[in-house]
Design a protein around this ligand. Structure first.
Ligand code: FEO
Ligand code: CA
Ligand code: CA
Ligand code: CA
Length: 628
């Protein structure tokens, strides 16, 4: 049941053709300029990027890896001079470090076609036919075990960047050594604040106070607060821990709910705090929302425990009519939940410092989407309902440390991987990206497809247009995927072209004109025959449900951002892990790694690895994007 199409769209640009190749592509009449690449120097003393001689010390002074969230904080209200804030979510060792990969197994292309003589010709032909019918065994990349230096480079490539940028002659430039430039890494000192700070469960052998943490991990999306601070969301922190908890340890059930330890990284072999057998409470110090005061490059980032502990996707915010500030929060895991946090205090637009600790007091709510189109926001407050000592919650600290368990007990609605959530000040609604859930066997109204491979977008209307309301209504804006395949059940409008549909919505933004933009993660040759990209999505009137492709990434990459400048003349987007994969792309029938990547974007230089990068998109000749 595709929605009707043909109404006046809010977007004016010529659509890009969907597809896949080694480069990125933007709509005709626009420039997509690479602004910052992994390894680019940020300070006067930063060494130039030397990929074959990288060091932890150099990486600490350079742009980090796998840019995800991009935010722009104007300086003096300017759309041409500001601070760019960028998360570095994770590292891809096989694409970062030379000489560490061995390729094992996998069918060699053409191997089955060799026939030696007449006697074997028949058998060979048969083998050849079988080979054509059976997909080749994929080769496996075996990555050599890490050493301390490699681990320390990885830790320095995580975290975030704050960097001054300026537009001159229509082109954005990085202000190297800008006074507020800063790298935040997996070792930067941070403070735990709010109700869980100081809890016994947050104390370690290095920190008897339970308030002092080093570093932030897996910062996915984030946000910029109304008072101009930078929010970094800690998402898949479970991957960094190894080892086993001591027998009968109190955190066993907690860690099981969060998938800790996962052991994707080898940091625990070199840093005891990432080994549960040595530092059992350390995982409780991650999974929080981090707030960074970008005005002072030496400020101590704050882990705001009042916003709960889970696999935080992001934290986009809006001021409610009564001045309280509302943060929308997704917990990105299959069958996890949608949350929002409402501050107790109100926003002070005249005094920036008055907002300094707004995020330490307020109410965290989790969403229940009922079958009749109502949403209820249920408070996660100690002592209310099941959140009592009988269920293991001695205090609000316990409720926050085990947010997921508290939400389970309240009967929140299990969702199809809640990613970015964006309030729209102009139409008063809220957009929830639900990226996919191929493990779903039972549908509910808000997650209507079993085996949901392509995801969907839920639109919430809070009661009386008040973002702080505890009830509201919801409907599905679109079910994603290819509308030409009936079984997929996609519901883009009929005005959506074959280039315009997408799967796996991840990030989104609402621009100053109230228009919705959606970025994707997971569109690839095997999933959809196209790369990820940035799509313009109509939400109003007859055109509602119409989507158009504006920009697409190189093979193997996913799309993060966008962040529009206030004047809408620039969109900053982040191209994450270009060249990671791409095996199915016809121009590249082999696994992708440092020496042999599927693309060498953005440098296209044989001496350079593929590099995640932030891109600035502007209209040729200037003016508002997607507006005539
Ligand atoms: Fe890091 Fe939920 O994507
Ligand atoms: Ca994401
Ligand atoms: Ca966003
Ligand atoms: Ca993602």
């Amino acid at each position: 049941e595709a929605q009707a199409g043909g109404g006046a769209t809010a977007f004016d640009f010529k659509e890009v053709m969907a597809g896949v190749d080694a480069d990125h592509h933007v709509a005709e009449g626009y420039d997509a300029d690479v602004l910052l690449r992994w390894g680019d120097p940020l300070f006067a003393d930063s060494p130039d990027f030397d990929p074959t001689n990288q060091t932890p010390e150099a990486q600490e002074r350079q742009f980090g890896y796998n840019n995800d969230f991009v935010g722009y904080i104007p300086i003096d209200g300017s759309s041409e001079h500001g601070l760019l804030v960028v998360n570095h979510e994770y590292t891809n060792e096989h694409l970062m470090f030379p000489g560490i990969v061995t390729v094992e197994g996998g069918a060699q292309a053409g191997a089955a076609e060799v026939a030696t003589d007449d006697e074997t010709a028949e058998a060979s032909e048969q083998t050849s036919t079988e080979a054509a019918l059976t997909p080749p065994e994929p080769a496996e990349l075996v990555v050599a075990p890490a050493d301390q230096k490699r681990v320390d480079i990885e830790m320095a490539a995580h975290g975030g960047t704050v960097v001054e940028i300026r537009k001159e002659g229509g082109k954005w430039q990085v202000v190297r050594d800008g006074a507020k430039n800063r790298r935040i890494t997996a070792t930067t000192e941070m403070e735990l604040t709010g109700p869980a700070a100081g809890s016994e469960r947050l104390k370690t052998s290095d920190d008897a106070s339970g308030t002092k943490v080093f570093g932030t991990l897996n910062n996915c999306a984030g946000g910029v607060t109304p008072w101009g601070t930078y929010i970094m969301a800690e998402e898949n922190f479970h991957g960094y821990f190894i080892g086993a908890l001591p027998e009968g340890h109190r955190e066993a059930e907690n860690y099981e709910r969060y998938g800790v330890p996962d052991g994707s990284y080898e940091w625990g072999n070199f840093h005891d705090r990432f080994d549960l057998s040595k530092e059992p409470n350390e995982p409780n110090r991650f999974g929080w929302i981090v707030e960074v005061d970008v005005d002072d490059p030496n400020s101590v980032p704050k882990k705001r425990t009042a916003l709960g502990r889970f696999k935080h996707e992001g934290a986009e915010s809006i001021v409610a009519p009564d001045g309280r500030v509302v943060f929308y929060l997704g917990d990105d895991e299959r069958f996890d939940y949608v949350y929002k946090f409402v501050t107790a205090g109100t926003y002070n637009a005249d005094d920036r410092t008055a907002n300094r600790d707004l995020l330490d007091e307020g109410t965290l709510y989790v969403a229940k989407f009922d079958e009749g189109g109502q949403v209820e926001w249920m408070p996660l407050t100690h002592g209310e309902g099941p959140l009592t000592a009988e269920n293991g919650f001695e205090s609000q600290a316990d409720v926050l440390i085990e947010t997921r368990k508290a939400a389970d007990l309240l009967g929140a609605t299990p969702m199809d991987r809640p990613e970015d959530i964006q309030p729209n000040e102009i139409n008063g609604r809220v957009y929830v990206m639900l990226t996919n859930n191929t493990k779903r066997e039972e549908a509910n109204a808000a997650n209507p497809r079993v085996d949901n491979a392509f995801g969907h977008i839920v639109e919430i209307s809070e009661a009386e247009g008040d973002f702080a309301a505890t009830t509201g209504t919801w409907e599905i804006l679109v079910q994603c995927g290819d509308p030409s395949i009936a079984d997929v059940g996609a519901t883009f409008s009929t005005a959506t072209t074959e280039n315009g549909w997408f799967g796996m919505p991840d990030n989104c933004a609402v621009d100053a004109d109230g228009r919705l933009w959606v970025s994707t993660d997971g569109n690839s040759m095997d999933a959809t025959g196209r790369t990820d990209g940035l799509w313009a999505m109509d939400t109003e009137g007859e055109a509602r449900g119409t989507s158009k492709l504006f920009y697409r990434v190189p093979v193997g990459a996913e799309m993060c951002g966008p962040h529009p400048t206030p004047d809408l003349a620039t969109f900053f987007v982040a191209v994450q892990h270009p060249g990671d994969g791409g095996e199915e792309w016809e121009g590249f029938a082999r696994p992708s790694y440092y020496e042999d990547p599927s693309t060498r974007w953005p440098d296209f230089d044989d001496q350079m690895p593929v590099r995640p990068s932030v891109v600035a998109i502007t209209k040729q000749g200037g003016g508002k994007i997607a507006t005539s």
